[in-house]
Write a protein that binds this ligand. Structure first.
Ligand SMILES: Cc1cc2nc3c(=O)[nH]c(=O)nc-3n(C[C@H](O)[C@H](O)[C@H](O)COP(=O)(O)O)c2cc1C
Length: 284
């Protein structure tokens, strides 16, 4: 049976990790979570099933949990998770996963968290991200994946320990973070396009939640759709025209911090996640 690697990725970090893992596992398939989210009766086909996604607000994006709830994992005998992040603890997230899988009669066999680059100035180590720094981060990633691939192939139990200090506050922090991001800008959406917008539509293409729609050549963030906070619209805009309204949290991502997407992942690859493929599989 094949290995299935389900992924979600806004700036390309998790997709890069998923692709690197696929290179190491013969007969594995990459499946975009967004591409299957509207499918009815989603069933795994692999004996080994993995999930690769970013850490948002010290846990997994809400949409990851909601899709996972829906998947029938009857075929999965070995389940693993790889979360990508820029550096905060996220131990509670794995407990959330364990609980969710327990309800399905499954267990989380192994997980690791990998540090990646991004443009969040809170994490000074990653900024500015020179090619050398990116290579350094990638070398650490490749090493970690080599070890983890052995773990997967041997069907080992492997739980990478993470700081636990945030355990009591994490759920509060997460809710607060989601609230701020959703309500930022006096209850309006926190993203907007400034006057340098050329109307190219890249933001609409990469918006994983399909919240961004081009209307009369300008992006609009529809109120009736939930944002996945993936920041793909902001980071893939070729004009850097997409901004975040200034709030205590969101002002951290202003133009002075630049834009980041993984150098080996293209806008089209991010957009492809939304394609509802018959079997949910993406080649490459
Ligand atoms: C809205 C948002 C919240 C984030 N929260 C955290 C966090 O709590 N801890 C952390 O280490 N990284 C955090 N990050 C950084 C991402 O986890 C990191 O850049 C990740 O590799 C992005 O993966 P992707 O490109 O596949 O989306 C956050 C990023 C965004 C956009």
């Amino acid at each position: 049976m094949t290995t299935e690697i389900y992924y979600l990725s806004g700036t390309g970090n998790s997709l890069h990790v998923a692709k690197e893992l696929k290179k190491r596992i013969p007969d594995s398939d990459l499946i975009p979570l967004v591409g299957i989210k509207n499918k009815k009766g989603i069933k795994t086909e692999g004996e080994v099933v993995g999930f690769v996604f970013p850490v948002h607000f010290m846990t997994a994006p809400k949409v990851v949990f909601s899709i996972l709830e829906k998947i029938d994992m009857a075929t999965a005998n070995y389940i693993f998770v790889i979360a990508t992040r820029c550096g905060t603890p996220c131990g509670v997230m794995y407990r959330q996963f364990e609980k969710l899988l327990q309800r399905k009669g499954k267990c989380l066999a192994s997980y690791i968290t990998v540090n990646m680059a991004n443009n969040d100035p809170k994490f000074k180590n990653w900024k500015p991200c020179s090619r050398e720094k990116l290579n350094e981060i990638d070398a650490a990633l490749q090493k970690k994946l080599d070890i983890f691939m052995d773990v997967i192939q041997n069907r080992e139990q492997y739980r990478e320990t993470d700081h636990e200090i945030t355990f009591p506050v994490n759920p509060v922090f997460e809710r607060l973070g989601i609230l701020v991001i959703t309500l930022a800008g006096d209850g309006k959406e926190c993203f907007y396009a400034d006057s340098s917008c050329s109307g190219c539509g890249s933001c609409e293409k990469v918006c994983l939640s399909s919240k961004v729609r081009m209307v009369d050549g300008r992006p609009e963030w529809q109120k009736n759709k939930n944002c996945y906070s993936c920041y793909a619209c902001l980071n893939f805009c070729p004009e850097r025209a997409i901004q975040l309204k200034s709030t205590p949290l969101t002002k951290l991502y202003t133009d002075q911090n630049g834009r980041y997407h993984h150098p080996d992942i293209s806008l089209n690859e991010i957009a492809l996640q939304k394609l509802e493929l018959e079997h949910g599989k993406v080649e490459g």
